[in-house]
Design a protein around this ligand. Sequence first.
Ligand code: TYM
Length: 332
Amino acid sequence: MQRIFSGIQPSGIPTLGNYLGAIRNWVKLQDDHECLWCVVDLHAITVFQDPKALQQQSREMAAVLLACGVDPHNHILFLQSNVRAHAQLAWIFNCVARLGWLNRMTQFKDKAGKDRENASVGLYAYPNLMAADIHAYHATRVPVGDDQRQHLELANDIAQKFNHDYGVDFFKNIEPVIMGPAARVMSLRDGTKKMSKSDPSDQSRINLNDDADTIALKIRRAKTDPEPLPTEAEGLAQRPEARNLVGIYAALTDTDHAGVLAEHGGKNFGPFKSALADLLVEKLAPIADETRRLLADPGAVDAVLRNGAERAAAIADPIVAEAERLVGFLRA
Ligand code: TYM
């Protein structure tokens, strides 16, 4: 069975983008893979996080993942900071990756913005830590949204250079798993920008804990154009906002753009938006309810994470110890 690794930052409430681009696919992949699901708090502090809030957000993220159907018994759910191997291997990868490679990372450019000099070194080296997350387990498949594609290419470059530099065939090639019509969910306010938990405008996203009225209002206010929906998928090409809403609908109903347009093509946005809002409420309300139920017993969530970290470390520690031996660290 192939081993899967994927992660999510506890830097806020997960969005519909996280759900459709990643979490929902994680749950589907559990049937025929051995999976590690990681709440990546080391990644979260690349941008300052209030310490108390970070603890709470980490637990909440774990609860949301459980509520979405992540299975912590047959698979492993844990916090990144609880397994030392990630940071240990990341340091080695900091020394393998080249500045030129990191300079090409578009996500760093987006996140650092104009004030690049003031970004943390961690934000810059972030993809090296991500590579370490995956390679510490010899995972070979990584389900992510489309925005992580470039980071996974870098993770493969790092593995190849490590293997080449040390004359070994140790780290494996990884394959991105980017699934479905919502691999890149866009902002509800701007169809050219990614939906993100850190966007300053709450109106730009659906949060997984939004109540029914909030969801309906956000969808009603979502930016669109004045034309009715096209009848063919090609008609979405120059219409990013329309394409985004149709993609969300398609993902939630397990079809594709053409499938949605066969039903809704030619309609105005009013009735389509109201069908979409109903669908979102139907799919997301049970997740919010289950998250609340789980968080009523925070000790139980923490126990799941503790158990996950122990089992994760049992896999990663020997792999990272071998990497340390290969680079020449003396076990004195
Ligand atoms: P993060 O926390 O930004 O997002 C978690 C997952 O959600 C996906 N995603 C989206 N998919 C579709 N549309 C969107 N608008 C959208 N926004 C986010 C992301 O692609 C991701 O799959 N660096 C990663 C976390 C990470 C990781 C890893 C992932 C750390 N180590 C190792 C895979 C393997 C991140 O910041 O994800």
